[in-house]
Design a binder for this molecule. Structure first.
Ligand SMILES: Nc1ncnc2c1ncn2[C@@H]1O[C@H](COP(=O)(O)OP(=O)(O)OP(=O)(O)O)[C@@H](O)[C@H]1O
Length: 314
């Protein structure tokens, strides 16, 4: 099932949370919905799920808006926020949902098993760790065996082991079971190894949509490489002649952009230049994400020592 978002726009008073946002989420893939805090991710997901009405624009599931789906809980599963009745067991929490959605009660145990909570199903949800609550929320989203999963920051509060489990689980749901998975995060690094595609938003607008492979390819040439050589000027000339950008610090160190470390090493070898150091300086990927979203955090912490801009606080 394909999710299509077209021209979604939403303001809260004077704050335009989402602005003419369009993107597509394909089946069989995990799509990361990325952007800094306040970029409009949660508002967009709530519009996709029919929880708030957009000022304009549409979000559809194979052409049908959420509110017109004949059987929404069997079509779309969502994890938005994790609120539980603390005295209710995890299993009973899920059974309440089953009843409300007209699903067989056995589904509760099936999804508990899927998320690895079988042994904890009888315990009060109030005693669950944050990671277990996230798993329970994911279990609730899976109750109707939906073709589409929409997850808002599901990695929040998970320990590294939990994040690794989630990564494998989401990829399994998309790649092996063909589901459409949309997962939001404000950290690229958190979902980098999980997602196949990215939709990046900043200040409510789309700033990038594409495959993770494309983002990585752009990043490989977007980073910088630190090179040290006793023959730095000669190497700089050779690299510049090839079209690379080279900054020299005069002390035998060069900062090269537009070339990977391997390409620089090959060029040096071909020119017979001795190297003493060859080190990728920035990851490229984080840099691209940062550049795409720079200055768009709504509540960005000021740089220490920098003057506070007028109007930067609200
Ligand atoms: N109900 C609301 N009333 C007023 N303003 C709102 C409301 N919901 C969101 N906003 C504002 O809309 C903007 C986008 O918020 P949103 O929560 O969608 O961003 P986000 O990308 O999900 O951020 P975060 O990662 O911090 O959750 C913010 O400026 C926020 O303050």
């Amino acid at each position: 099932m394909r999710v299509e978002v077209r021209g979604l726009t939403k303001s809260f008073g004077a704050v335009r949370a989402v602005s003419d946002l369009s993107f597509t989420v394909e089946p069989g893939q995990v799509t990361g919905f990325l952007g800094p805090n306040g970029a409009g991710k949660t508002t967009s997901l709530r519009m996709v799920l029919g929880l708030i009405r957009p000022d304009s624009g549409t979000a559809t599931f194979d052409g049908v808006p959420y509110t017109a789906l004949p059987d929404p809980s069997r079509t779309v599963g969502a994890v938005l926020e994790t609120a539980f009745h603390p005295a209710r067991s995890g299993r009973n929490h899920l059974r309440v949902y089953c009843r409300a959605a007209g699903l067989p009660l056995e589904r509760a145990d099936e999804v508990l098993r899927q998320v690895g909570l079988s042994d904890a199903g009888g315990r009060r949800a109030g005693s669950y760790s944050l990671g277990m609550r996230q798993r329970l929320a994911l279990a609730a989203a899976l109750l109707g065996d939906p073709g589409v999963l929409v997850l808002d920051e599901p990695a929040n509060g998970l320990d590294p082991e939990g994040i690794q489990w989630l990564r494998g689980f989401l990829r399994h749901l998309a790649h092996d079971q063909g589901r459409t998975v949309l997962v939001s995060s404000h950290l690229l690094s958190e979902v980098e190894q999980t997602v196949d595609r990215v939709v990046i938003v900043g200040a409510g607008r789309l700033v990038r949509e594409g495959s993770m492979a494309d983002l990585r390819a752009g990043a490989a040439s977007g980073g910088t490489v630190l090179v040290r050589s006793p023959e730095a000027p000669r190497l700089a000339d050779a690299l510049r002649a090839d079209g690379a950008q080279v900054a020299a610090d005069g002390d035998g160190a060069l900062t090269v952009s537009g070339r990977t470390a391997a390409e620089i090493g090959s060029r040096a070898f071909a020119a017979g230049v001795e190297l003493h150091e060859l080190r990728p300086h920035t990851s490229g990927l984080e840099e691209i994400y940062f550049q795409l979203t720079a200055g768009q955090e709504q509540f960005a912490a000021p740089t220490p020592g920098a003057p506070v801009a007028q109007g930067a606080t609200r």
